[in-house]
Design a binder for this molecule. Structure first.
Ligand SMILES: *Cc1c(COP(=O)(O)O)cnc(C)c1O
Length: 466
């Protein structure tokens, strides 16, 4: 499989190069040049398959030519062997129609482990035997940073510079990053929002005088390999609920549009997905874009679901590209317009294409808390604020009663104990596997959200290109 950029002019790459590179040189994002499909028979054959077997069946077409299936199996077995649940991503039934898909049994308690544990191993494999030193730069609204740091700490050939918005991630999230003292890990708190952090990272890639000095790489969901790993659990869940005979809907707490885009890819690959519900908090650019066609960024409002406090959703570009006949020049023009005005209108074709599969909802703080209380009081489940947004949207989506609706449970409630306690009165306990988090030493730098300051800091510590 070969990989092309959404903006049409960056070089076509193999899977390993697309994985190591992250963002395309033309400012676009890499995508496979076509969507592979699984037949109904191949999907039926996934019944009873383990998570690792499902992962190999779903991902092999994307890694073809670069990783042999038996090697892919070994990598998946290693990555998912670190999960604390035998099913890796178990389903929990809430009532006659609603399920939770628990994606938070990895080492840092958020769904991002599913992709990043694998990505860390892919980096190591692709760098082995080369004298390249990779400089990973990333922006995090909380969970990406901790999951990436866990996956990459101490790995040879990789330095990690992770920017987080100071004071806008939970104490558990911050400590999961800042207490990792491995010398290849550099945490930077910036005085600004997540969008500021993400813009700084994009600017590093897009400034040749800086990018040319280092071998830069990304672990944000702009990295295709991350999205690829997330396609797997849509298949895993849907097959358990009756696919391919029975279509299944998913409700996805959404920020950067990575997780729900993986659901779109699953549908493109042949999985019968009845609907993808894009659930946002009050930072609702995606809800506005999908319901009215108006993709215009406001300012970020901090909420109790910080991993969704995003106004610019990078991965939305991948959808816009796919829905406009994969016209790279048109996507480049549309995105240039957005970058200039912080606003753009979806075309009629994009709106119609999106409406065929997606719906959306905006869940405010009160409805988030109601979702959390409903799960606790009627189904005995303590859920985190992000999951509660997905569940609240799922419950008012008005889907036919015979369609199972799976809400992606994206974080363990212990990551957001204060918000959970406020809504339910129950204080989730921290799982034993991250037990001593609050006793560990923290280390991070604090910098202004300025390109000059951040790049100077990175340049002093990163290894220049050979
Ligand atoms: C990252 C994250 C999200 C948003 O996922 P995207 O792929 O950015 O849309 C939702 N919930 C939690 C807990 C997250 O960490």
């Amino acid at each position: 499989m070969r990989y092309i950029s959404t903006r049409g002019t960056a070089p076509v790459l193999t899977f390993d190069m697309a994985t190591l590179g992250g963002l395309a040189g033309d400012g676009g994002l890499y995508l496979p040049e076509r969507w592979p499909t699984l037949t109904a028979g191949q999907i039926t054959a996934l019944r009873g398959a383990s998570y690792v077997d499902t992962a190999v069946a779903v991902m092999a077409p994307f890694t073809e030519g670069v990783i042999a299936p038996e090697d892919l199996r070994a990598l998946c077995a290693q990555a998912y062997g670190r999960f604390a649940h035998g099913a890796v991503t178990p389903l929990v039934q809430l009532d006659a129609q609603h399920w939770l898909l628990e994606l938070f049994h990895g080492p840092t308690l958020a769904f991002k482990d599913v992709a990043l544990q694998l990505l860390g191993l892919l980096f190591e494999r692709f760098l082995a035997g080369s004298d390249q030193q990779l400089t990973v730069v990333g922006a995090t609204s909380g969970d990406t940073g901790s999951a990436a740091i866990d996956a990459l700490a101490g790995r040879a050939g990789v330095d990690v510079f992770m920017l987080h918005p100071k004071g806008r991630v939970s104490d558990v999230q911050r400590r999961q990053m800042t207490t990792v003292l491995a010398p290849n890990i550099h945490n930077i708190a910036i005085d600004g929002s997540f969008d500021d952090a993400q813009a700084l990272v994009k600017a590093m890639f897009n400034t040749p005088e800086f990018a040319g000095r280092f071998t830069l790489s990304a672990v944000n969901s702009i990295n295709w390999a991350r999205l690829m790993a997330q396609i797997v659990y849509y298949f895993y869940a849907a097959v358990r609920l009756g696919a391919p005979e029975r279509p299944v809907a998913f409700s996805v707490p959404t920020g950067n549009f990575g997780d729900v885009f993986a659901g779109y890819v699953a549908a493109k690959m042949g999985l019968p997905v009845a609907r993808l519900i894009v659930a946002t908090n009050v930072n609702d650019i995606l809800h506005r874009a999908l319901s009215t066609g108006d993709y215009s960024a406001g300012t970020v409002t901090p909420t109790q679901s910080p991993s969704m406090d995003i106004q610019v959703s990078s991965n939305f570009e991948r959808l816009l590209f796919d829905l406009s006949g994969r016209d790279g020049a048109a996507t480049a023009a549309q995105m240039a317009g957005f970058e200039a005005r912080r606003a753009m209108a979806l075309t009629d074709a994009q709106r119609a294409g999106a409406a065929a599969l997606f719906s959306s909802d905006r869940i405010d703080a009160d409805n988030m808390a109601l979702g959390m209380r409903w799960a606790y009081e009627f189904a005995g489940q303590i859920i985190d604020p992000h999951t509660a947004i997905g569940l609240a949207a799922a419950r008012r989506a008005g889907l036919a009663r015979d369609i199972p609706v799976v809400t992606l449970a994206t974080a363990h409630p212990a990551k957001f104990r204060d918000a959970v306690e406020r809504a339910t009165g129950a204080r989730p306990s921290i799982p034993a596997r991250i037990g001593d988090l609050f006793e560990r030493e923290e280390r991070f730098a604090t910098l202004p959200a300025s390109f000059a300051d951040i790049t100077a800091y990175v340049a002093e510590r990163a290894t220049p290109r050979a």
